[in-house]
Design a protein around this ligand. Sequence first.
Ligand SMILES: Cc1cc2nc3c(=O)[nH]c(=O)nc-3n(C[C@H](O)[C@H](O)[C@H](O)COP(=O)(O)OP(=O)(O)OC[C@H]3O[C@@H](n4cnc5c(N)ncnc54)[C@H](O)[C@@H]3O)c2cc1C
Ligand code: FES
Length: 511
Amino acid sequence: MAHDEDELQGTDFGEGAPSEELREGVPLLGHAAGEAVVLVRHGAGFFAVGATCTHYSTPLAGGIVADGALRCPLHHACFDLSTGEALRAPAFGPVACYDVEVRDGRVRVGARKPEPAVRTREAAGPASVVIVGAGAAAYAAADTLWREGFKGTVTLLGAEETGPVDRPNLSKEYLTGDAPEEWMPLAMPAAIDVRTGSRVARIDASGKRALLADGSTVSWDALLLATGVEVVKLDVPGSDLPHVHTLRTLADGKAIALGAGKAKRAVVVGAGFIGLEAAASLRKLGVAVDVVAPGPPFEKVLGPEVGAFLKRLHEEHGVVFHLGESVASISMTAVRLKSGAELPADLVVVGIGVRPATGLAESAGLRTDRGILVDERLETSVKGIFAAGDVARWNDPRFGGTIRVEHWVVAERMGAAAARAILGRPEAFRDVPFFWSAHYDVFLAYVGHAERWDRIDVHGSLASKDATLAYRKDGLTLAVVTIGRDRIGLEAELAFERGDRAALDAFGRTR
Ligand SMILES: Cc1cc2nc3c(=O)[nH]c(=O)nc-3n(C[C@H](O)[C@H](O)[C@H](O)COP(=O)(O)OP(=O)(O)OC[C@H]3O[C@@H](n4cnc5c(N)ncnc54)[C@H](O)[C@@H]3O)c2cc1C
Ligand code: FES
């Protein structure tokens, strides 16, 4: 994208930058031919790519460089420095990439290279792929099959009335009105046959057919189950009233946004990520918010330090917590708690948990255990049937055995990896789990996976919104959380990938 000359910052790389100004792996922001560019010295070479991430337009100059790629500091997308190609979700489109010339000790950025070609490789693989689900994993799988040049048919069967949407945004900018609805759909390649409103009732594993709720069938040569999770419903009198909502689909998001436009007081039931992100967005809209939950927020997932910090943050923004409480009933004007207290409410958002949508897999005889079990290529116990995303459980010894993760980037990376496995690539899925959560002005990044720990080390200050926390068990680092330190989060991801124990030990202690 061409930029207004006034917006361009830093060195004019068309004129050239002294090579000694460029330090190994440190992106330098500048511009060339009217476009914002980052210039990178890496190994023996110099590389120039577009300055903003193709996911959410974050400046890439704050990222890190490793193994020939530049990583985005916000949600850890990864771009090939030589081609601009998006190597890892959550970005799919390439960044611009430029010719670079070194002459007389100056590094000059020249012409923009052509975009990396799609479908140049005639990818082999089965004749037809069916994907059940229309979420993050399904989207990434379909997009990857297309980018890899798969020539067979790809049919995506999703129960929702929409194709894949940017689900994390439902509790954030979409709810506050900062992200308009046209930003929500994920751009699906035209070659993919997306069938919305198509619930699969059963899969016939030996006959290789999906049987839809409307009675039709779709046959496959390879199947990907990307069914995600089912939302746990609140089962109390009044929970089916029209102002009571869970939040998973775009339709849910629309209903809550509509309700928030008219509401004065909301009750959020549950103090997990979705409930409290929705609470923050509702406060931004000026709606009074009470949160009802059985215990302190986030303690089980993030420990007492981060839990107390986020609770205080929400209280500073006017949220009132009712902890050690649960809902007895809901009327059109109030939520009654088991303690007898009554909270006035004209909007109720329920976020009390989810469970993996394993029904199709179980009835087809696939191996399950709190998720669909997959091997390192994401194949289930039945050959030719793969699973990815929130529903899948895989073995990662780095994080203590089999794990199932309910986060966006992991689901997309699994979807992409499953697509490559379907094409016959013999790669093991080894991506390090990563997620983010946003509350007011606080952006939290989590790398790794710690279900239990015996020690949390904290470096910096949570009160100043500038901290690293490391979660350890038996001396091993299982997860690193950063607040206000996005670059350190990226470095932690790299340290996990490389199994660099000394680097991992330093997080939460010296950095
Ligand atoms: C409001 C909200 C905010 C979030 N925020 C964040 C965040 O900030 N950071 C983060 O990392 N993660 C976040 N997440 C989690 C993230 O969205 C999920 O991890 C991700 O969507 C999982 O992708 P998936 O493809 O496994 O499942 P999903 O995206 O849930 O997709 C599953 C799909 O399968 C379909 N399906 C299920 N059964 C059938 C069937 N029988 N037939 C046909 N279709 C079926 C469903 O309708 C759905 O379309 C958030 C989630 C929500 C709801
Ligand atoms: S903005 Fe770069 S990964 Fe999201």
